[in-house]
Write a protein that binds this ligand. Sequence first.
Ligand SMILES: C[S@@+](CC[C@H](N)C(=O)[O-])C[C@H]1O[C@@H](n2cnc3c(N)ncnc32)[C@H](O)[C@@H]1O
Length: 220
Amino acid sequence: MSEEHRRTVEAGYDRIAERYLATKDPQDPLTLAALEELARYLPPGAAVLDLGCGAGVPVTRWLVERGFAVTGVDLSERQLELARRLAPGATFVKSDMSELSLAPETFGAVVAFYSIIHVPREEHPALLADIYRWLEPGGSLLATLALTDFEGEESDWEGWGAAMRWSHYGGETNLGLLRAAGFDIRYAEPRTGKGVGDESETWLWVLARKPTTEQRRSGA
Ligand SMILES: C[S@@+](CC[C@H](N)C(=O)[O-])C[C@H]1O[C@@H](n2cnc3c(N)ncnc32)[C@H](O)[C@@H]1O
């Protein structure tokens, strides 16, 4: 990612971390239902990687409270400061998710809520390939992705006094990229819930699976 792109997203979240957190519902029904479903596919205590964990509410905290071994990754130091306080028990790493160097087959699940949309979209195929590699066979990816194509920047997001940048493809392309990386799609559907502002937002909610060797062999 270009230095300029990274700086815009990092400085933006450093500046607006508290305001963004204030928009989160710790009991958000869409998020909790998706996490409950993910948990059904995970053994107790499984390792989970939370990419772009933000302030850790509700996702990182929920995963920790369920007994999973959670690693949260974020570009923004301010977000990580909040997350360390709000989701104690997780391990936190400050990094660009596309520059992480992690061992293959380390995680039972990777979650990425509203975060891959900030990574330059030409890097999405490589990022999905990394996620696939980091997952154990049979592991799951739970992500909220975009339904529409967008590449650009807002100079004052939500009037919060910081610029922000997004970069993503539309729903069909996102699903194609997931399949090209090797994932099976358990579900992929537009779901509408609480947004950052007053209006509700619709995102592509995806639960994808890295097939086991037997599943790959049998085509199941
Ligand atoms: C919209 S917030 C979502 C935070 C959290 N997942 C949630 O649902 O509340 C996006 C987060 O992704 C982080 N982020 C954006 N690009 C990133 C990157 N390339 N690597 C790591 N974190 C990134 C931002 O700093 C921010 O905390």
